[in-house]
Design a protein around this ligand. Sequence first.
Ligand SMILES: CC(C)(COP(=O)(O)OP(=O)(O)OC[C@H]1O[C@@H](n2cnc3c(N)ncnc32)[C@H](O)[C@@H]1OP(=O)(O)O)[C@@H](O)C(=O)NCCC(=O)NCCS
Length: 155
Amino acid sequence: MLREEAAYFSSRYEDAVREPDTWWQEWAAEGAVGATRVLFVATDDGGMLGVVGGFRRLNPDEVQLISLWVDPRARGQGVARSLIRAVAGWAREGGAGRVVLFVQEANAPGRALYLRAGFRPTGDREPVGAGRRGFKLVVSATVDTLLSHDESPAA
Ligand SMILES: CC(C)(COP(=O)(O)OP(=O)(O)OC[C@H]1O[C@@H](n2cnc3c(N)ncnc32)[C@H](O)[C@@H]1OP(=O)(O)O)[C@@H](O)C(=O)NCCC(=O)NCCS
């Protein structure tokens, strides 16, 4: 994910692999409990299809969705939509009403996906950072929208 599609993520592979194993074990353990952060993995009989993370922001009404990735062999089948709904469901369980995330301006498939799922730009944008050119947009949706949204106007 970070190596082959590095351009779409703020985190860098070189940095991720420098973290000690304990850091990832803690992330996975806390993500499984789901109190302050969460990790969902989509699977089928052949293994892992995709992943998404989320964490509660300081504003208790907001959850931030991170690290959404679907294996290229499983794309175009609604896996990302299911993962987004999973994060929205987790947000609702914790009492949050809104999901926010960053998507890079240059990531046309990602932007189309989020628009289709019901996210809308907030108007905020920031440099991608990590030594890369370009900007990332902040998009936001209510949990109600994400859990009820079947169709929205095409991108
Ligand atoms: C973007 C990504 C997560 C989409 O995953 P996916 O499982 O193929 O997406 P879905 O099948 O759930 O698609 C849902 C909707 O998103 C839109 N969409 C998804 N991929 C698209 C693409 N390549 N081009 C245009 N629209 C796309 C479509 O509107 C689709 O709905 P529709 O089929 O009803 O028209 C996947 O391509 C990926 O992992 N990309 C690399 C990592 C990445 O960019 N992650 C997001 C970082 S913010």
